[in-house]
Design a protein. Structure first.
Lengths: 496, 313
């Protein structure tokens, strides 16, 4: 108890609190800029942590982590260009809502969902980290394969009525994920002999192209023959009332659980979580028919889950010393620089630091509210700039973001190329989110298939799968997800 | 008249020389240090330590640029293709310099770089879970021999520093492992904790981070803080030492090179640097550029042979 109080005192000390606030603010602004995501934000802040106390450094980094996760949704809602990959699912309903003049409300939904998702995962982290961490260990290649297979079914749920186009787009995403060096042989694939492609398709570069650049081209084209484009008048951030949450609470909790679990499992991340939760909401929400036209349920699912990843990803990081995503990997490296050894003994040897992290994470989630108010206001000014200038600005940011993600010039070409290709596909009626789902899940999908085959070796498939109840569950759920709508459809058509 | 021209010419020459040397006051703008791996990793942190101390002495910031992709070859290519003016240098480990060029066709090779100096070195260590049924190398060899193909080694890429040393060891004892590629060390460590994988070869820093212990260090010299047998003890005539060097593109002017070498020598031999590097569980290693260049050429050839031995590439 003493330990908790002293950690509380340290995290709430002025300097640590300011660091936390600055972290959230920096994270939110960087996250809101298209192309610049969590990893970039953390890398920018990393050098400043060298001179700080460990907890102050953690307060800054955790702030950046939460802030960037939430900030991406602001751009997704207001200009239809997700600031971070994990906000891609938010734009599906956030932007239509903003178009109806309810941009402030949409951001309110996304912010409240983010805060609650973040706090939920924080509670899980505090209460159950050691127990839950051992659950992460049970996820081997076979289980990961099952999870990703389930994730891929989202392709169907985000495609709506355009199933065929959705599937083609998803396949395209999966193919893009295969470009570059094969993880299993020392050969490059789909590179057409271009050395520049050996590094593969950077997820950030492609997503920025597919969403932001394509949107810019689309608007520029509309500017040519429309006098007045759709100007979004945003207004102040307005939080939804508690009564409006009625009937959506279960969706919120379920999405938070999905986000936390996906966060706990190494190898996946916030983008995967957002799409799985979106898919789930799309299946179970009583308002699913309105999805895509500005339905808050979809925003709640995407945002609560992608922010719940933060606490989840910290579970294996703190309990086992195994980071759940690239951002927590950088955080653990910061520990080492400060002479703290992450790993199974962290909680025993440095409980003060661990408690401090719990508290700092919770505080960071609460600080998102004031920071989001400020950032939304900044965006209001941005939106008042004439559209051609705004579009130019976005393009510049996209190019910067694509370059900054890996420091590679080739990625700029990838962004612009994929932007043009995506624009053409969009005009042909292809939905864009499946490309992203395919690309984000594809790399890990291929990896787990290859690993699975190496593990299976000369066992029969039956004995291999029978060893893992988790995998069997995941396969069964996937099968249900695919079959149930068909049965339902059949029954309703028979009834009619 | 002629005299005046001569005088004017002389003055002009003098002025030019003065301004010329003023222009040559290297460095007059920030220097970029390319690190071909992600921020916060074991190749990034020592680079940041080195850059942080060097920029204090040079009076100009050294900006770390992480260029990630294709096993470090994308960033290393950028170092090799940079303008050799001393404003782009790089921090590169063994793998990207010695192994990757043998694996595939790359825009750089053994003669693309000018070494500024060596920064760190540490032997590759074969690690296994503390809960494993063997307690040392001999027991491990005995148990693994009885069950060929049963035990699995996690590698972070085909033909890299986590793969080739284990193959050499397996050849030496006639062992049969299964090699499973993963994307990162943490993922491999997760599988080792879950006993899906049994072994992983990596830098010693992982020993203090995860619940594993070292079976053997692939070096003919023993390192103080690594209590385990080395290659010489078991008669394995192979060294797999991860070193990290500060390099520049070939053709960098000698006066600029000298400034960089002098600064780096002073930093690497300082106590501040040593403390920071030890905190990362690495060892300080200084080598003059000429020596380093020769050492690199030797390493390049020997890794080529090791690879040919290991996977016939």
């Amino acid at each position: 108890m003493d330990m908790i109080l002293s950690a509380l005192a340290e995290v709430l000390s002025p300097f640590a609190l300011i660091m936390n606030l600055m972290g959230v603010m920096i994270g939110m602004i960087i996250g809101a800029l298209p192309g610049l995501g969590s990893v970039v934000a953390i890398s920018i802040c990393l050098p400043f942590t060298f001179g700080m106390e460990p907890l102050q450094a953690m307060a800054l980094l955790l702030g950046v982590y939460c802030g960037s996760n939430c900030g991406g949704s602001i751009a997704a809602v207001l200009i239809n260009t997700p600031g971070t990959p994990q906000a891609a699912a938010t734009s599906i309903d956030g932007f239509p809502m903003a178009r109806l003049g309810k941009g402030g409300k949409a951001i309110g939904w996304s912010l409240s969902a983010s805060i609650i998702g973040g706090l939920f995962s924080c509670v899980v982290l505090v209460v159950a980290a050691p127990t839950v961490a051992s659950f992460a260990l049970r996820f081997g290649p076979l289980e990961t394969f099952g999870l990703i297979l389930m994730g891929l079914t989202c392709i169907s749920s985000v495609s709506g009525k355009k199933q065929l186009q959705g599937l083609i787009a998803g396949l395209l995403g999966l193919l893009l994920a295969c470009v570059g060096m094969s993880p299993f042989t020392p050969d490059a694939r789909f590179t057409f002999g271009l050395y520049a492609l050996d590094g593969g398709m950077d997820t950030v570069a492609v997503i920025v192209g597919v969403f932001a650049i394509a949107e810019v081209i689309d608007r520029s084209e509309r500017m040519l023959h429309e006098k007045q484009g759709t100007v979004i008048n945003v207004n102040k951030l307005s939080m939804p009332k508690l009564s409006e949450y009625k009937g959506r609470i279960w969706n919120l909790i379920k999405s938070s659980i999905i986000g936390t679990i996906v966060g706990i499992l190494p190898g996946t991340g916030a983008t995967t979580a957002a799409f799985i939760a979106y898919g789930e909401a799309q299946r179970s929400s009583p308002r699913r028919d309105k999805f895509g036209t500005g339905e808050p349920d979809s925003i709640i699912a995407a945002e609560s889950s992608n922010n719940a990843v933060t606490g989840g990803a910290l579970v294996p990081s703190l309990a086992l010393g195994i980071p759940g995503d690239p951002v927590t990997a950088i955080m653990l490296a910061t520990f080492i620089l400060h002479g703290i050894t992450p790993g199974v003994r962290l909680m025993v040897d440095n409980p003060a630091v661990v408690y401090g992290i719990f508290i700092a994470l919770a505080v960071a989630n609460l600080l998102m509210y004031p920071c989001c108010c400020v950032t939304t206001r900044i965006f209001n000014y941005l939106l008042k700039t004439p559209e051609p200038i705004l579009m130019g600005l976005i393009t510049v940011l996209c190019v910067l973001g694509a370059y900054g993600s890996r420091g590679n010039f080739n990625d700029v070409a990838v962004t612009i190329g994929s932007g043009i290709a995506a624009y053409i596909l969009r005009r042909c009626g292809f939905p864009m989110p499946p490309i992203v789902i395919g690309l984000v899940l594809g790399q890990q999908f291929e990896m787990s298939i290859g690993q699975m085959l190496l593990y299976k070796a000369d066992m029969s498939w039956w004995t291999y799968i029978a060893q893992s109840p988790i995998a069997m569950c995941l396969f069964a759920v996937t099968a249900l997800i695919l079959i149930v709508p068909l049965v339902r459809h059949k029954m309703s058509s028979q009834a009619a | 008249m002629n005299k005046i021209f001569k005088k004017m010419g002389l003055t002009l020459a003098c002025v030019l020389m003065v301004t010329g040397s003023a222009f040559a006051a290297y460095p007059e703008r920030p220097i970029t240090m390319i690190v071909p791996f992600g921020a916060g990793g074991s190749n990034d942190l020592p680079a940041r330590v080195l850059a942080g101390l060097m920029e204090k002495k040079l009076g100009q910031p050294i900006v770390i640029q992480n260029v990630v992709g294709a096993g470090g070859t994308q960033g290393t290519t950028q170092i090799a293709q940079a303008k050799p003016d001393g404003y782009t240098i790089g921090f590169d480990p063994t793998g990207a310099l010695c192994l990757q060029p043998h694996m595939k066709k790359l825009p750089y090779g053994v003669d693309s770089f000018q070494f500024i100096g060596m920064a760190t070195q540490q032997p590759v260590v074969l690690m296994t879970s503390k809960k494993a049924s063997w307690k040392n190398l001999e027991e491990m060899v005995e148990i693994v021999k009885k069950a060929p193909g049963k035990y699995r080694v996690g590698i972070s890429g085909v033909g890299n520093m986590s793969h080739v040393p284990v193959i050499a060891l397996a050849k030496h004892y006639g062992l049969q492992f299964r090699y499973v590629p993963y994307r990162s060390t943490p993922e491999i460590m997760k599988e080792i904790a879950a006993d899906r994988l049994q072994f992983h070869a990596d830098m010693p820093v992982a020993l203090s981070q995860y619940d594993v212990y070292g079976l053997i260090q692939f070096s003919d010299k023993k390192v103080d803080n690594l209590p385990m047998p080395n290659s010489a003890d078991i008669g394995l005539n192979k060294n797999f030492i991860m070193w990290q060097a500060c390099i520049a593109p070939k053709g960098i002017p000698t006066d600029i090179l000298k400034i960089l070498v002098d600064t780096m020598r002073e930093v690497v031999n300082s106590k501040e640097y040593a403390d920071a590097i030890h905190r990362l569980s690495m060892n300080v290693w200084w080598m003059e550029p000429d020596e380093a260049q020769k050492f690199y050429e030797k390493e390049f050839v020997s890794y080529g042979e090791a690879l040919k031995d290991a996977i016939g590439k």
